[in-house]
Write a protein that binds this ligand. Structure first.
Ligand SMILES: [Zn+2]
Length: 232
């Protein structure tokens, strides 16, 4: 079986081969954050990492280890525990160094796939990527929340709702336990730290698979187009 292109598990000559054929580096960016009683706290980063690995199978490239650094998490927002809030300054600095170093290593298409997407977090990440793109015109930086590539297909992100929970049921079924959720009342952001469609009603592995396929297909298109641009 061919090994997944997980950067941390690759030998130098394997990375050199990727750089020659498809110099793409995927950076799955997430958080350690409350995602309801039914999901694990690394959800955002694990979800982004799994999607990057599926996409890289079709585009080539390497997938960096998930980055667990989220700003504007459920802790300052609604007071939820089991959450590690990282400042915008730290995130921006860390991201800038990843972009600099991956460029120095010879990667030409850098994909920052955000699994965590509070607006202030997305803005902080986007700002760094835009500034980096301006000063490095030979590199293409793609940065967006994972669901955004597939909005035309009807895909919408959420927080620990049916969307995120279904993706976890597809990729990491052993981590989801819907029986942990309360019964007999609606789920809310304030009480449960859950937003979006009700996972008790709509989250299934089959739905998660459909979502993953839509997102991966759209992301493949974006990355292939970026590879064309750097070759032109
Ligand atoms: Zn999330």
């Amino acid at each position: 079986m061919e090994r997944a292109p997980r950067y941390e598990f690759m030998r130098p000559e394997e990375i050199d081969a990727v750089l020659k054929t498809s110099p793409v580096a995927y950076i799955p960016w997430g958080a350690l954050e409350w995602h309801g009683l039914h999901n694990c706290i690394g959800l955002d980063a694990l979800k982004a990492h799994a999607i990057c690995l599926d996409t890289a199978k079709q585009t080539g490239g390497v997938v960096l280890p998930p980055v667990y650094a989220g700003f504007q998490t459920m802790k300052p927002y609604r007071g939820f525990k089991h959450t590690i809030e990282i400042s915008a300054e730290t995130i921006q600095r860390l991201l800038h160094e990843y972009l600099e170093q991956l460029t120095d290593e010879g990667f030409k298409v850098l994909v920052v796939l955000m699994g965590h997407y509070g607006k202030a977090h997305v803005d902080a990440v986007t700002q760094v990527c835009e500034e980096f793109s301006k000063s490095h015109p030979d590199v293409v930086v793609l940065a967006f929340p994972e669901y955004l590539v597939a909005v035309d297909d009807g895909v919408r992100g959420d927080h620990a709702g049916a969307y995120e929970t279904a993706l976890m049921m597809h990729y990491y079924p052993e981590t989801v336990d819907l029986s942990r959720l309360p019964t007999g009342r609606a789920l809310t952001v304030d009480e449960d730290g859950i937003g979006g469609d009700d996972p008790r009603e709509k989250a299934t592995a089959q739905y998660g698979r459909w979502l993953a396929e839509r997102i991966v297909q759209r992301l493949v298109e974006r990355v292939k187009e970026a590879l064309q641009r750097i070759k032109a």
